[in-house]
Design a protein around this ligand. Sequence first.
Ligand code: C2E
Ligand code: CA
Ligand code: CA
Length: 794
Amino acid sequence: MLRVYSCVVGEHNLWLVLVAGLICALAAFTAFSIFEQARQSQRRRPLWLGLAGFVSGTGIWATHFVAMLAYQPEIPIGYDLPLTLLSIAAAVLVTGAGWFIAARGGLRAALLGGATIGAGIGTMHYLGMAAVKLSGEMVWDERFVAASVLIGIALSAAALAEQGRRPEALPWRPALVLTLAICGLHFTAMSAAFIFPDFSLAVPPAAIDSDMLTIAVVTMAIVILAISFIMVLFDRKLARNAAEEAVRLRTFADAAIEGLAVIDGDRILDANRSFLQLAGYESVDSMPAELSSLLPELDLDSLAVHGDAPASECRLVRGDAGVREVEALIRPLAWRNAQLRILAVRDISERKEAAERIAHLAFHDALTGLPNRAVFTDHLARSVEQAVATGEPMAVLCIDLDGFKAVNDLYGHPAGDAVLVGAAQRLRSVVRGNELVARLGGDEFAVVQLGGSQPTHAGLLSERILAALDQPFTIDGHLVRISGCVGTALFPADASSPADLIKNADMALYRAKAEGRATARFYEAAMDEALRQRRQLDADLKHAIDNEELAVHYQPLADLGSGTILGFEALLRWTHPTLGVVSPEVFIRLAEDSGLIIRLGEWVLRQACTEAARWTPRLKLSVNLSPVQFVQDDLAATVERVLAETGLDPDRLELEITEGLLIKDSERAIAILQRLKAMGVQISMDDFGTGYSSLSYFRMFPFDKVKIDQSFIREMIANPQARAIIRSVIGLGRGLGVPVVAEGVETAEQLEALRDEGCDQVQGYLIARPNPIGHFTGVIVDRAEATVRRRGAA
Ligand code: C2E
Ligand code: CA
Ligand code: CA
């Protein structure tokens, strides 16, 4: 060590040593920079490695010769040209080989490459020393020679290892270590040399002198500096190009509607603006680094396996903890040297929501949001299957609102809708996990209850439903009161198929409704038969008009004072082909329920008017009207048309209505009655005393006649109260100037009592039973005869 120190300090020009060191450091720095460039480039790697070899080789050589210039042994020195050139070539080739080895990557390659470079430094140095021609003899201390070579190899290896440790950093540290290797080798080797001057040995004339060498070295140093300078410039331009390229790419990426992110494994390296917006972050830095925390469901590996895998749908967890449905797509991305991937995500939340809304609409009732009939049917079928499989019982409950139509009529459809929504909400609140409630249509709902112990659980559910619907609703500030009826059928007790379960629950519901509001009924086998018969009768009635099974009978009304017949009431008769005579009490009700009464009513009217038009004398005709017939707006027009067609004078027609008509939709009904009255038709109040029998009816409409219901006549002898009522109705009629008719007079006793009370007219079996018109030829002149007589008069 001391010897090396005295060699450097004592035998060298220190300024020039410093210059040599600088040249060496500069060359090492440049060589490492080029080496790093080579490692990053793929196509031009050999070129860059070759250049690294050239820079390191010539750098070492320049260092060596500047250091030789600094060496002042005080005897003339020259250099042998071929050997000098050979030393340069050897330095370039051997260090170049070292760079090639190190470029393979890894610590071993770095150490081996570094050692080779060290060997290159040694080769250059000793070839260079062999080129030295001086007047004297050079003797070598072999231990120092070995030490110098070892220093060169070890430090070079260390330099390359250091570079491999931090390839991205500016290569100051490896350059410094390599400089130490070169200078260490050089000066240790110089200490190994002893020169014994022998002036008999002259420097050969062919040898190049120090001046020449200086020029060569300076040239070489300039070349190295120039290369470094160009390198730096080139690097700058590359960096600028890269920056411009990056800006261009980012502009492109940010313009993309899709969210784009560059990922390395699970790590997010960069993202465009759309991605940040979608994920709800301001910048890439504020975003979580792991992709899995943004897209927890995304299976990166399965996407990665197929380079062109289709997009997969998953959820994206936003920065604000909100969730978005996205479609994600991954494509490989070759970037610099790394194999990265680019992830494209597209927001499909809206599309999904729309699809879900459509699916919901297909299966749910738009108004109440309850499952619709399709869902109910499907659910019922599956429940029955399950009940069969598990042996559990189940129940089907059909629900119908009471008084819903009235709400609609009274407060309008929006209020009706509000009631339905409210009822649905309450039904939803009373059903449990094993129960599904659906809206089947209109004000009909149904529940499927699976399991439980039956009929107990179905019974409890019905009670919950009745209680829930019985609470009033507040709609538009009105307190609206409705209720509901429930019909229940059980599986397997009442039916074994879904269709029969619904049918039987419906039947139970029908029965419940018939018994009054807020009623629940279980299905009973007997209902089945009753309903079946009813349906059959209903169907039969439809055919009855066409099959001439219907006929009109007539019952006379007599003046109580004179006993003369004033007119006839038309009463409908039906003789069923198998059942025989069916009571009007039964079939009129049926026809009212099915709406058939409208056709039937018009038929009776036409038949009776045609008949009465032929009568002489021109007696009165009474025809009964059902309240249901007033649903038609054109009832008055129908009557007018029938009168015109049959030729009956309007003032011979009396229409009988019951007070029920005035309770329901009085304004409309009165309007129709007024139109009829304006035509000259008379209006009678039938069955007076059975309903509310309010005197206000007479204020509402000026009736032409009042018919006291036959139940009072039947009791008037035995029951003084019935008689008192009859008396007061007769008094009322007298006060209003309206004739009063007593119906159902069967006995002479009744007749006398009525005469005593001052009743105007009577009707009943005592006078005559209802019969076909032919039965009354004694009262009205034979129709054929009448026709002839009228012709004669004309
Ligand atoms: P209503 O209008 O009160 O008709 C009188 C009913 O009393 C008739 O019954 C008649 O046969 C019966 N009757 C008459 N005198 C006596 C009597 O002395 N004793 C007893 N026990 N009954 C007597 P019917 O024909 O069975 O008709 C029953 C109801 O059916 C009628 O009651 C009426 O409300 C309805 N109806 C009958 N025909 C028609 C029709 O063409 N149109 C409409 N809308 N309703 C009709
Ligand atoms: Ca009547
Ligand atoms: Ca009556």
